[in-house]
Design a binder for this molecule. Structure first.
Ligand code: 3H9
Length: 698
């Protein structure tokens, strides 16, 4: 990191640099460094104004969130002291903003009198998305610049606005047409003769703040998600009522308190983990990924269509290949109608839609897969079918082409062995709808080379997915855990709960969708097929008959209008099905179970600890490298709430000794055979360590 200054005639220029994103890091001494240069320039009487700029593509991503676990009394004070220094400067200050100016970065810019922005600038106070509030004056200064209502909306949502939007609301003062620093220096010269215009001295514009605060408060979720936005609104209101000094004091206290809240810790863990999954343990960092420009997707079913769309949306070319012309025709129609829906909803303009469609090609012979950098197989989930495809791809594909399978359950090592180049084979397990879901499990086979894995991870990033590496096992990380979660949900039904109770308990806890509703959405026939296969492969493994009893009636969920619930018009709330209730009650009776009241807490603990226990087994087997990989899979592919941080993070929060004690209790209850504390959990408890201690393993 460096902070330097120089003088351009009568204008001082401070430039700070802390790659890659110029965080206002305390440990790197950024606030202290800027303050020192400010003092130096301030002492020069010939200087009439000062420009504050940074090096690189982004002005500043804000405070360094990796420092938030430090003592709260050390987090806020350095940047607050810097802003006080900016307030006390003798001459007007101009911030020159390129790329992002977020959080503490924007707060430093708000400590300047004016802001000149480059066309690519994005400004915002997204702290609430990390479970905290702006803690260096943002809740007080932004309202004075743009009005209380506009500021409250921006801060509560964490919304980021582009340069022109910032200009429109008075957050920015000038848009630089090309050289940002020269434009900022010119601007500084224009305003040099004026008095200072500190944002803290501006009168709060009169607007409908009270009504806006009431509206926003009413819209906040009642669970942990509402905590930070609600605190931000309090700080804004306090400053509007009692003046800026009181407002700042309130803001600082709220920020400091939120730093250690479980919600903020979880959201920070989610943010950091989503990025850390890209650093794959054991993968040689020097491995150059292969550049992927065009992709062939084999299979024009639901997955093939979604994958092709995701690729084209990211600006790459995709060729959908299917031997059945009618399947291709259907795929093309569906792709066009999905893109048209985006145009109709204003998410895409017509020109961009045409461009996107022009990147999609269709072919009805496998030979059309030749010449692409990557081939993704998305055909029927059957080893025989996969064998045929991969044997042919082996002679069709150019040397060095990456061969990927979208299998969700089959053995990737076996698939790789159908080719003469298993080192080029990798799994790319997309989640449906593949053009929307963020998660991509990248499956590393026993023989997958580092170059193939690095290329697959780089491809994931390119198509804007969160790629998480998983080893080979039935179900990989996500579905293997999902099966345990679901199994426990069925056992709860046998014992006394009803589908709507299990789903509501999990949804109230924060899951985007309860387990049974999820099965209705995914299509129950898929799970049924897997259970049939399991019954042959693992005949001794008992499981609940309830889902089979539903499937036998042809009730596969939403697609058949009936599953655990009855589905009416699209968008209508699914109705409870008395016949499903009768099936559940009959099954309990058949098993000789006297049904009992089951609390929401028990439902949540049994379902979640089933996840935790299986996650720990995956870690011990090396299928998942770190707990943060497991958490990222669940938060990006299974609707696990980010404000809970993923199952493994949540287990640490509950305390591993308590989790293991509960698991041991469950082992004494109904279907207790399904519970045996994972040896890794037991070992960590004995050693007094949390799961997070395994995140440091590289
Ligand atoms: C705050 O400011 C509080 C103040 O109000 C109060 C102070 C008292 N800190 O996302 P990328 C890392 S709260 C630490 O892939 P992009 C990131 O983990 C903060 N590290 O880049 C990754 O590390 P690695 C408010 C950070 O170009 C690397 O940088 N600010 C931070 O796709 C590259 O990140 C925010 O909420 C950070 N603040 O996107 C903004 N930011 O390579 C958070 C990033 O080791 N940041 N890293 O895995 C972002 O939204 C995006 O990073 C940004 C760039 C859009 C800026």
């Amino acid at each position: 990191m460096t902070v330097t200054s120089h003088v351009r005639d009568d204008i001082g220029v401070i430039i700070f640099s802390n790659p890659p994103l110029n965080t206002i890091s305390n440990t790197a001494g950024i606030p202290q460094g800027i303050a020192a240069e400010l003092e130096k320039l301030g002492a020069n009487p010939s200087i009439k104004a000062i420009v504050l700029a940074s090096e690189g593509k982004t002005f500043s991503a804000g405070a360094d969130i990796t420092e938030f676990n430090n003592d709260p009394s050390e987090v806020g004070p350095p940047v607050r002291a810097l802003i006080e220094k900016l307030d006390g400067a003798r001459v007007p200050l101009v911030a020159a903003i390129q790329g992002s100016a977020l959080g503490g970065g924007l707060e430093v810019a708000l400590g300047c009198d004016y802001r000149v922005v480059a066309a690519d600038a994005r400004l915002g106070l997204p702290e609430a998305t990390l479970g905290v509030i702006p803690g260096a004056g943002g809740t007080q200064r932004l309202p004075r610049l743009v009005g209380g209502s506009a500021a409250a909306r921006l801060i509560a949502s964490g919304r980021i606005i582009p340069a022109q939007g910032a200009l429109n609301i008075g957050l920015a003062d000038r848009l630089a047409s090309d050289d940002l620093l020269s434009a900022a220096v010119d601007f500084a010269r224009e305003i040099a003769a004026k008095h200072r215009r500190r944002s803290r001295d501006l009168p709060l514009p009169g607007d409908d703040l009270e009504a806006t605060l009431a509206e926003l408060r009413a819209s906040l979720p009642e669970d942990g998600r509402g905590e930070a936005p609600s605190a931000a609104l309090d700080a804004i209101e306090h400053g509007a009522t009692y003046g800026i000094s009181a407002g700042l004091e309130r803001e600082y206290a709220l920020f400091d308190g939120l730093l250690s809240s479980p919600v903020s810790r979880a959201l920070r863990h989610a943010f950091i983990s989503e990025r850390a999954v890209g650093r794959v343990p054991g993968l040689n960092l020097a491995t150059e990924p292969k550049e992927i420009r065009s992709v062939a997707v084999i299979g024009a079913g639901t997955m093939g269509i979604g994958i092709s769309l995701a690729i084209a949306q990211a600006g790459l070319k995709a060729t959908v290949i299917d031997l059945k012309p009618e399947a291709l025709e259907r795929a093309e129609k569906q792709i066009r109608s999905t893109v048209q829906r985006d145009v109709d909803k204003g998410r895409l303009n017509q020109a961009k839609a045409e461009e996107l469609l022009s990147r999609l090609f269709f072919g009805n012979e496998l030979i059309k897969a030749a010449g692409h950098d990557l081939i993704i197989e998305a055909v029927f989930e059957d080893m025989g079918v996969k064998k045929q495809v991969f044997e042919q791809l082996d002679w069709i594909a150019d040397k060095g082409t990456i061969l990927a399978s979208n299998t969700s359950t089959l053995d990737l090592n076996q698939i790789a062995a159908f080719t003469s180049r298993p080192h080029d084979v990798v799994g790319l397990h997309f989640f449906s709808p593949a053009n929307i879901m963020k998660l991509l499990e990248v499956i590393r086979g026993d023989k997958t080379s580092d170059a193939t894995l690095a290329s697959a991870m780089s491809f994931a990033k390119k198509i804007r997915k969160v790629g998480v590496v998983s080893g080979v096992c039935d179900g990989f990380i996500g579905n293997r855990m999902f099966e345990e979660y679901l199994r426990e949900a069925y056992f709860l039904l046998e014992e006394g709960a009803l589908p709507q109770q299990v789903d509501s308990a999990m949804e109230r806890w924060g899951m985007a969708m309860g387990p049974l509703r999820t099965m209705d959405l995914a299509g129950q026939d898929i799970g049924w097929n897997i259970r049939k296969r399991r019954a042959v492969e693992q005949p001794d493994r008992p499981y609940s008959r309830i889902p089979d009893l539903i499937c036998e009636r042809g009730w596969f969920g939403q697609k058949t209008g009936r599953g655990y619930y009855i589905y009416g018009e699209r968008g209508a709330k699914p109705a409870v099905d008395p016949e499903v209730e009768a099936i559940v009650l009959e099954e309990s009776a058949r098993l000789g179970i006297t049904r009992r009241e089951i609390s929401d807490q028990e439902i949540v603990e049994r379902c979640l600890f089933a996840l935790v226990n299986e996650g720990a087994k995956l870690l011990a087997e090396g299928i998942a490298a770190r707990p943060l990989d497991v958490d990222t899979v669940w938060m990006n592919g299974y609707g696990f709430p980010k404000f809970r941080g993923g199952p493994m993070f949540y287990a640490d929060l509950c305390g591993l000794p308590d989790v293991v004690a509960k698991i041991n209790d469950f082992a004494k209850g109904h279907q207790g055979w399904a519970w045996e504390a994972a040896p890794l959990l037991v070992k960590l408890v004995e050693e007094g360590k949390p799961l997070s201690s395994l995140n440091e393993v590289q």
